[in-house]
Design a protein around this ligand. Structure first.
Ligand code: KIV
Ligand code: ZN
Length: 526
């Protein structure tokens, strides 16, 4: 049977960044975009250029470095949004503008305060405006799955005749169920007269846990582009997870006659990178990339696996870039073995970076007998974080605590290039550390989550600490890893602080999107 290609449109850097608590610097976005290019994602939605200077810069920089993927910028149906997207994308080898407007009665009445006629007019004007910059234009009817069908068909027809080449059908609030969503795609194919002139795309949210099922159902009915994110991050409950869509199509090609161009062996690496940058840990039982996705606990399963791995494994770990051996290196491993292992994990570093990492590896191996893949990932993370220009950096930490003394933390930080030191006490060592950090980096943030996990087995395992801070309406998630749980905690808090500083700035230089879309601006600008 002839297989048809499904385009993978990744929106980790746009919808993914809209996850509460997630924030990415321009450098973070570039790093993720490089990996998305390597794994051969067809289209990268790099951001929402009008939303903030940071978003604009992110799209601009990614446009400059993207050598495989089409770079896409999001824009509401407003000239200033579309112009910002056009400008940010100007250096891209291949560029796309994605413009959208709500079409459901609910959104038109309460959010846009626009009539159907006004919405139709703005579809035409926004697409015409976008065509000044590119002929690769994607158009989305926001809240499509709750839109009156006849108006949805009419809007799509109008968008295609105005010049849209991709029609994206979002299940904005994750309300659809698979058969219904597949049927909607079928109806669009049967009722929109010019639909053969556009690619149908879908963009499913996961509020009912159905984002991937809905996307697959839509593919079966004619969608040929899927919008998704690494680890399924995104607004509220997130978006369809890229790794799940790709591996579902690959694993069940007997029933699904489709293929993607994605190099699935890059999945583990990018999943890890996104988790580290956003501070969102991947749940252990998460499909494809969870820690337990290839763990066989029960005796019966282990016995079956030893006899034939097909008994309980439908995907090989290697196909997503996991190596089959758990234990990787030890104290006596040499530089060559270390470099080979890094390459196996998908990293490629210049010789002097390998040398630096090797020194750190040796230091870690002195503290820990066994070095697992997760340890290598965290070694690389720390090195990459170090390379980025940070506002706040930990220079030194020492802690005194115990049954008979009040806990005390001594901290030395580099804050905006200045070295500052402080000593603080607290109710236990973590409290002392956080008190010290709070007084060196003034903030009004409340600590909402403090979580510690061992990233590998054993009492000498590195600790991964996750913190979530909330300051007014800003939420940030920070992550820190170290063999010392106290140091990991300080790193996590500092990581969150760096994000808070970035988000405060972003909030200052961007107009609140919500505020704008709640005004009648839409009407008057176009
Ligand atoms: O969920 C949604 O509707 C969106 C659109 C901008 C496509 O993210
Ligand atoms: Zn969305």
């Amino acid at each position: 049977m002839k297989k048809e290609r499904i385009l993978i449109f990744d929106t980790t850097l746009r919808d993914g960044e809209q996850s509460a608590g997630a924030s990415m610097s321009v450098e973070d976005k570039i790093e993720i975009a490089e990996r998305l290019n390597e794994m051969k994602v067809d289209i990268i939605e790099a951001g929402f250029p009008f939303a903030s200077k940071g978003d604009f810069q992110g799209v601009k920089k990614i446009s400059e470095i993207s050598n495989y993927s089409v770079v896409c910028g999001l824009a509401r149906a407003q000239f200033k949004d579309i112009d910002a997207a056009g400008e940010a994308l100007s250096k891209a080898k291949r560029k796309r503008i994605h413009t959208f407007i709500s079409t459901s009665d609910l959104h038109m009445k309460y959010k846009l305060r626009m009539t159907k006629k006004e919405v139709l007019e703005s579809i035409n004007k926004s697409i015409n405006r976008a065509s000044r910059y590119t002929d690769d234009i994607e158009w989305s009817p926001e809240d499509a799955s709750r839109t009156q069908e006849s108006f949805l068909f009419k809007s799509i027809e109008y968008a295609i005749s105005s010049g849209a080449k991709t029609i994206n059908i979002p299940d904005t609030v994750g309300y659809a169920i698979p058969k219904e969503f597949g049927d909607l795609i079928k109806k669009i194919k049967n009722n929109v007269s010019n639909i053969d002139k556009a690619v149908i795309s879908v963009h499913c949210h996961n509020d009912l846990g159905l984002a991937v099922s809905n996307s697959i159902s839509a593919i079966n009915e004619g969608a040929r582009q899927v919008e998704c994110t690494i680890n399924g991050i995104g607004e509220r409950a997130g978006n369809a997870a890229l790794e799940e869509i790709v591996m579902c199509l690959k694993t069940r090609r007997d029933k699904l006659p489709f293929y993607t161009n994605i190099n699935s062996r890059k999945i583990t690496l990018i999943s890890h990178l996104v988790s580290t940058i956003t501070g969102f840990s991947v749940q252990p039982n998460k499909a494809i990339v969870g820690k337990n996705a290839f763990a066989h606990e029960s005796g019966i399963h282990q016995d079956g696996m030893l006899k034939n791995s097909n008994t309980y494994e439908i995907i090989t770990p290697e196909s997503i870039g996991l190596s089959s051996s758990e234990l990787v290196l030890g104290k006596h491993s040499g530089r060559h073995a270390f470099k080979v292992k890094l390459n196996e994990l998908g990293f490629s570093f210049e010789e002097n970076s390998v040398n630096k990492l090797f020194k750190k590896f040796k230091a870690l191996a002195d503290k820990k007998k066994q070095i697992f893949e997760e340890d290598l990932y965290s070694l690389v993370d720390n090195e990459q974080k170090f390379k980025k220009k940070l506002n706040v950096e930990l220079l030194n930490l020492s802690v005194k605590c115990g049954t008979d003394k009040e806990s005390e933390a001594n901290i030395k930080l580099n804050i905006f290039g200045e070295t500052k030191t402080i000593k603080k006490h607290g109710n236990g060592p973590i409290d002392a550390i956080f008190n010290a950090l709070k007084s060196l980096i003034p903030n009004k943030a409340n600590l909402i989550i403090y979580q510690v996990n061992g990233i590998t087995k054993g009492t000498d395992a590195q600790a991964e600490v996750n913190v979530r801070l909330e300051e007014k309406s800003i939420t940030v998630q920070g992550q820190g890893k170290d063999v010392d749980t106290m140091v990991a905690s300080a790193k996590a808090y500092i990581n969150a602080m760096n994000k808070l500083i970035m988000k405060r700035k972003k909030a200052q230089d961007s107009k609140s999107l919500l505020q704008i879309s709640n005004t009648k601006l839409n009407k008057h600008v176009i």
